[in-house]
Design a protein around this ligand. Structure first.
Ligand code: CO
Length: 208
């Protein structure tokens, strides 16, 4: 319990700090939220979304799962995207992967981790899809890093292909989908320079 008490102590400190800076901090946040960004990232404890980009409570709408995947049939991430785009009207969707991702590493090995193996199949499929390029990279670390990048690219495409994003673009709403990587070794973000902001950048077949 001592360990959990520490969390409550931290919470008290946070409340004091915030109300000292702005006595209305919690009152105004309790009324509404107006985030401009949706962050979709990995559940990894080393990749804390708000801290990485220096945003306060109320400024970033967040969805995290193992391997930062956006799966077409996942009602959880679809609901998050729909709510963020159509209700909160965020202007940017950021799909952020990270180097040293345990999900990517595990997907390059044989299954044997239990239920999570089903989820990791999405990355394993991607690994096999790009196996020629990936096996041409001899250094294992570099090969893993490349799969981290390819995974971000694929998930960005998956987001762009949803009718949610396609409809927003059809209605001429400003909405950019970005692919980033967080480098655990340095703390810096890397922009993969994937920035999709219109249907013309995506295959015709996905247009609504
Ligand atoms: Co990860």
């Amino acid at each position: 319990m001592k360990e959990l008490n520490r969390l409550f102590e931290n919470n008290k400190k946070w409340v004091l700090e915030k109300t000292r800076e702005n006595p209305d901090f919690y009152t105004s946040l309790s009324n509404s939220q107006d985030p401009q960004y949706l962050w979709i990232g990995c559940s990894d404890s080393r990749v804390p979304a708000n801290q990485i980009v220096g945003l306060e409570a109320g400024e970033l709408f967040v969805h995290r799962n193992i391997g930062n995947l956006f799966v077409h049939s996942d009602i959880n991430c679809l609901s998050v995207l729909d709510y963020a785009v159509n209700v909160l009207k965020v202007k940017h969707v950021i799909l952020c992967g990270h180097y040293e991702c345990g999900a990517v590493k595990a997907a390059m090995e044989k299954p044997g981790k239990g239920i999570v193996d089903h989820w990791l199949c999405h990355i394993r499929d991607l690994f096999l899809q790009h196996k020629d390029e990936l096996f041409s990279i001899e250094n294992l670390k570099k090969r893993q890093h490349r799969l981290v990048e390819l995974n971000v690219v694929q998930q960005v495409y998956n987001i762009c292909h949803t009718p949610i994003v396609q409809n927003a673009w059809l209605m001429q709403r400003p909405l950019c989908v970005h692919g980033w990587i967080y480098d655990l070794h340095t703390g810096f973000l890397k922009d993969l320079n994937l920035c999709f902001s219109s249907a013309s950048q995506v295959e015709n077949l996905y247009h609504v």
